[in-house]
Design a protein around this ligand. Structure first.
Ligand code: B12
Length: 261
């Protein structure tokens, strides 16, 4: 029989998440990852601490000093990076992530108001999030930046079937097509899209992005050009308008990414 007098309750009633909480918590991780500038830090904190009612005001505050693109990339996205880290460590749960995403979307909408929407249409971009994938925050940011740089956007939304993307590209004949995948289970849609486009005789750069993919994966199938950050969208699109094909974009990728061109 179990001798309860000898049981070490510290060994029995230890929740795994309490153990991780004791090593790290939102504040210690935030101290390492958040921007130092107080205005951008407040923006990032409103995402991190899910303050969707405050984020509009803090974005407005940061816009007084920074460009909307910087408020998004150096404030809102940094806050979401910390959320991702906390979720990965089991400190944040799905409801935290959903509320942080709500704050992020509110903040992006506020920053977008400050962007000049170019009247000239330089070209059309078909954008989508991979089949089975609900993560559309990065795609939405990239759409805002491309739109404000003068591109007409055909936004197909998230969880878009492979065939729908191919049909849309065939119908609209855009300047380029983009895909975002944040899940390892969804990224395989990209080579299938590229293959079907080529079968239909359509050759155009296919910009692929999102945490699930990297440059090596994207360059392993034809048409694929990797993008790491939303801010690279207008640069890559600009080169396509100049006549660059996907092979030239890949060859010059390092210079493009470093902002040398
Ligand atoms: C927010 C979030 C959610 C939100 C999404 C809300 C939304 N509307 O997007 C919600 C709560 C819905 C969610 C749900 C789930 N999630 Co989630 N989620 C995240 C989280 C925390 C952040 C993602 C994010 O928005 N990042 C910020 C944006 C800005 O980054 P981004 O999209 O990558 O975009 C950047 C670049 O990639 C680039 N970019 C993106 N697109 C484009 C396009 C162009 C043209 C260009 C140029 C650039 C570009 O620019 C941006 C930066 O500048 C990540 C963790 C992480 N570390 O990423 C997990 C994460 C992606 N989720 C994950 C999982 C598992 C899920 C769930 C399956 C969880 C569950 N058990 O149910 C569900 C999905 C269920 C389903 N199938 O429907 C995993 C995926 C793991 C994997 N390897 O497959 C992650 C990595 C968390 C983890 N560590 O486990 N999630």
């Amino acid at each position: 029989m179990l001798d309860i007098g000898k049981v070490d309750y510290n060994e029995v009633f230890v929740r795994y998440d309490i153990v991780s909480e004791s090593k790290d918590n939102p504040e210690t991780i935030a101290a390492k990852m958040l921007p130092k500038d107080p205005l951008l830090k407040k923006v990032a904190e409103d995402v991190l601490y899910m303050k969707w009612k405050d984020v509009e005001a803090s974005v407005k505050g940061a816009l007084a000093k920074y460009k909307p693109e910087d408020v998004i990339e150096k404030g809102l996205v940094k806050g979401m990076d910390v959320v991702g880290d906390l979720y990965g460590k089991g400190i944040y749960y799905l409801p935290h992530v959903m509320l942080a995403a709500k704050s992020m979307e509110t903040g992006v909408k506020e920053a977008e108001k400050k962007m000049t929407s170019a009247m000239v249409t330089k070209g059309t971009v078909v954008m989508h999030v991979a089949e089975g994938d609900p993560h559309d925050i990065g795609k939405n940011i990239a759409a805002v930046l491309l739109r404000s740089s003068g591109y007409g956007i055909v936004d197909m939304g998230r969880d878009v079937p492979v065939d729908d993307v191919v049909d849309k590209v065939v119908d609209t004949k855009p300047t380029l097509v983009t895909g975002t995948a944040l899940m390892t289970t969804t990224m395989s849609a990209f080579p299938r899209i590229a293959e079907r486009l080529l079968e239909k005789g359509v050759e155009l750069p296919f910009i692929c992005a999102g945490g699930a993919v990297n440059r090596a994966f994207v360059e392993s199938f034809p048409l694929g050009v990797y993008a790491e950050k939303a801010i690279q969208g207008p640069t890559l699109a600009g080169k396509v308008v100049e006549g660059w094909d996907y092979k030239k974009l890949r060859n010059k990728w390092d210079d493009l990414a470093k902002g040398k061109m």
